[in-house]
Design a protein around this ligand. Sequence first.
Ligand code: ATP
Ligand code: MG
Length: 386
Amino acid sequence: MNYIICHYHEIGLKGKNRKVFEKVLVKNIKQVIPPEYLNYVKRISGRILIELTKQGEGQQKKIIKSLKNIFGIAYFAFAVLVKQDIKSIQNKACQLLKKERFKTFKTETKRANKNFPLTSQEINEKIGAKICNTLNKKVDLKNPEITCFIEIVEKFAFIYLKKHKGPGGLPVGSSGKGILLLSGGIDSPVAAFYALKRGISLDFIHFHAQPYTNKASIEKVIELIKVLKKFQPIVKLYLVPFGEAQQEILLKTPDKLRVILYRRLMVRIAERIAQKEKAKALITGDSIGQVASQTLENLGVVQKAVSLPIIKPLACLDKEEIIQKAKEIGTYEISILPHQDCCARFLPKHPETKADLEKVKKAEKKLNIKKLIEGALKNTKIEVLK
Ligand code: ATP
Ligand code: MG
């Protein structure tokens, strides 16, 4: 089977944008399948068609693993191509099914080329009859052991026996770029997953407190990114030193407001990086009510520090749901390893849960915000993980 047909659902709905979405999907597929496996990847009547080389044909398992993480794909199938006439389709279908063990079957046809002289139903009947007669099998429309899928597309006919489920969503990059604040905890990698799933390509920022803390948090975020790379193969990570800023906040502002002031400074720094990267949103792993800093009031006060929207994909999920997702993605085991989070240093005993913007602004007057931002940016390191 040297062809793969990839189907999408959502992008089919996007009208004029469809072409753009399809092109991003083609690009993303090419990024995860080695070029020596590919003859071509192209758009064809509401599908993406991949032709594999001989070498690629022998790598089904590896290719399945890669395509299962390409957002935008609803399902895909390894297929054979035959001439677009009913005899050729009948013969090939029988040849394929001969190798399978089953008693009952059905045929399912999709006809994208409406010029083909038979309707989908007529094709189903003709192929079905041939299979019954030649292979001595029974049709079962409700509960077949095997389904023979036929697609009549442009000037080709494709036949396949198995669909592989894709992850759905939109192709990464088709919704623009975002900057994800990655902490090393459980939540932010899951937020990254959901943002990527909606087609947002990501650059990552991690704030660390080196040399005040050890390197563990940086090593952790790099490990997390290695897992997330299955959804976006090339990742840029900004490592921003935050210790100096924390020190100043600690010395000059009320304990109660500390976490909010950290967050407002973090998003301001993130916004500067977003400008440079032409990103249109900041993304965090905040979840409403999970901790004191994540009340609606506090989230509102943090948002007001920047003009880019701060998107919180986990806002309305329970911790249990987030943990479940983290396990599915494969980030959970890394996230629960111990590390010194920069924000866990000097956490106040009684953090503010209903921040008041005016009070927060007053506290910020004591800080040289501009200098803190510039200082952090100046010492920021960038890593590109390929
Ligand atoms: P997480 O599990 O993602 O750490 P959390 O429940 O511990 O989240 P907070 O520590 O309050 O929540 O952080 C809220 C969000 O702020 C995080 O999800 C993350 O997006 C961002 N954030 C917090 N600390 C950092 C950091 N050191 N570097 C980058 N982003 C951070
Ligand atoms: Mg955290």
